[in-house]
Design a protein around this ligand. Structure first.
Ligand code: ADP
Length: 539
């Protein structure tokens, strides 16, 4: 028997409709490339976004077309986030930090019809302009510098709109809305095509208290995570949903720039990769008196958060750090590590242990771990490759030439992450399948080693890779960035690890480097360390 409920679809335009009618007065603040501050509210966002939708339709955009953005985090990008799906088309957010070759590849694969480009990014854009053929290029003006005559100007395009007669997309919630490519950490970027439904569900997850995030109308949210990567984790949609004020940092993500925005605009929630907040923590430790913060929560994800980051923010600055795990393929939130009643009852050290894990799966996400021998028990000890299934999980890659090995026959997605699952459902990531180190047939967790090394008071960042070894086939090798003014030797680090990890886990070599190579989205680029080792350090 079917339920007697209305057949109403979960669509992105309804998020904006809600923001406009209930919290139209709430502010959206953007730091623009010239560092000036732009302020308006959800009502103005809705009006301009409708204008953009209508103007795009006049330019020939139809349902299913792809319209790409090549932009920083700011209000016009936010307008595109809502305007493009509202026409029934797909917003393709281009990761501005991909190589020119990869950018041309993803634009051509997606057959992007129109590109919206930040003027300040034109020098990067021109590097691959000749290799792509969109119908139109719209430039968001950000200075008085002349712009090529063939390009349209964003503000002029908005003037063509008939926004009064524009009707937002009202079709099936499974219609494609957003195209995000993986950042290519472990290979060529792959397209993940979100639907209206998956975007809406992911956005709602960020509003849930059980996820530990619980964005409310009272919050002021600053997403450091770029809007060109994994839908900025869903923050823009969740903020509009709840009516939380948004602060968009433009191209500036250095610690002093972010802290200035956080203090000035009374930001309560921010989120991004650990690197950003490690730098922020060090800076804040030295300049605490400069900033009066009301920040209540930092959401870190994208790579493992060092435990000292969680501890120090809490103890020194009274800011809680919520560790989360996600993937582009998951829309992207996969798990968060909230302080459950069970964890609250544990001692401080154990609480920190749990805060440092990747946490419990978000609602509707099923998880299981697999080894060659079968499914892993949830015992917190047996590692296996994490597989997931849920309404916000990709069921395949966009225009993949061949069926991807990432999907199982029974419809699960293989994350490529090796994890143990604790009895309370907390996932603890140990490695990526592609980064695994096997020494004498025994597996060594690079993530655990990195976290342990980062708990040394002199270590600011650590990465562990496998290096060839004649006897053991592979041995771990550590790359370390030390905190400013600190010194530590390989012998001291060995000594430090001795009672913390198994003897055979202790890295063979220690290399001290100025800075860690990072990917386009701020994750440690282990492939660069492996090449560096073979070319320079293997003496
Ligand atoms: P890619 O890096 O492949 O382009 P994503 O940005 O979607 O794609 O990254 C997803 C991967 O990032 C995960 O599979 C996992 O390996 C890693 N990751 C994400 N969050 C965490 C976390 N909290 N701890 C450890 N690793 C993480």
């Amino acid at each position: 028997m079917k339920g007697l409920m209305m057949d109403c679809q979960l669509l992105i335009p309804s998020i904006l409709e809600r923001a406009e009618s209930l919290t139209g007065h709430k502010e959206i603040i953007s730091r623009l490339p010239d560092k000036s501050i732009h302020r308006y509210n959800y009502k103005a966002l809705a009006e301009r976004s409708k204008k953009l939708s209508s103007a795009l339709q006049k330019l020939g955009v139809k349902e299913g077309d792809r319209v790409a953005t090549f932009c920083w985090n700011h209000y016009q990008h936010l307008e595109a986030y809502f305007a493009i799906p509202a026409t029934g088309a797909v917003i393709h957010t281009l990761n501005i930090r991909l190589s020119a070759e990869d950018l041309a590849f993803v634009i051509n694969q997606a057959s992007d019809k129109i590109l919206i480009v930040d003027q300040v990014l034109l020098p990067v854009f021109e590097k691959f302009r000749a290799d792509i053929s969109p119908e139109k290029i719209i430039v968001i003006r950000q200075s008085d510098e002349p712009v090529c005559e063939d390009y349209l100007i964003y503000e002029e395009v908005l003037e063509w709109a008939d926004s009064e007669i524009f009707q937002p997309f009202n079709g099936d919630e499974n219609t494609a809305a957003m195209l995000c490519y993986t950042s290519g950490t472990t290979g060529k970027p792959k397209g993940v095509l979100y639907s209206h439904r998956s975007v809406v569900l992911n956005a709602m997850t960020l509003l849930l208290s059980c996820s530990g995030i619980g964005i409310t109308e009272n919050d002021v949210v600053l997403p450091v995570v770029p809007m060109f990567h994994a839908a900025a984790w869903g923050f823009p949609f969740s903020c509009a949903f709840s009516g939380a004020s948004l602060v968009l940092p433009g191209p500036y993500s250095d610690a002093p720039d972010l802290l200035e925005l956080i203090a000035e605009h009374k930001v309560t929630i921010t989120g991004g990769v650990p690197t950003v907040f490690v730098t922020m923590l060090h800076y804040l430790n030295e300049h605490q008196e400069r900033y009066k913060l009301v920040l209540r929560q930092i959401i870190v994800g994208g790579s493992a958060a060092p435990k000292y980051l969680i501890k120090d923010f809490q103890e020194k600055h009274a800011v809680s750090v919520l560790h989360s795990w996600g993937m582009t393929e998951l829309s992207p939130l996969g798990s968060t590590a909230p302080v459950t009643t069970e964890i609250k009852a544990k001692n401080k050290d154990l609480q920190l242990e749990y805060a440092g894990k990747q946490g419990q799966p978000v609602p509707f996400l099923k998880v299981r771990g697999k080894t060659e021998h079968g499914w892993i028990p949830w015992d917190g000890q047996s590692p296996g490759e994490l597989e997931v299934r849920g309404p916000c999980v990709a069921s395949g890659y966009y225009l993949a030439d061949e069926p991807s090995e990432s999907f199982t026959d029974d419809g699960w997605f293989k994350t490529g992450d090796i994890a143990v699952i604790h009895p309370n459902g907390f996932i603890e990531l140990k490695d990526r399948t592609k980064d695994i180190i096997k020494s004498g047939g025994e597996w060594i967790s690079s993530i655990t080693l990195e976290n342990t090394l980062m708990s040394h008071p002199s270590v600011s960042d650590a990465a562990v890779i496998g290096i060839p070894d004649t006897k053991w086939i592979e041995r771990p090798c550590a790359y370390l960035v030390l905190k400013e003014g600190h010194k530590v030797s390989a012998v001291e680090l060995r000594e430090f690890l001795k009672d913390k990890v198994a003897k055979f886990w202790i890295p063979e070599e220690y290399h001290f480097i100025e800075s860690m190579p990072k990917t386009s989205v701020g994750k440690t680029m282990k492939s660069a360390l492996r090449s560096r080792y073979l070319e320079e350090d293997n003496v």
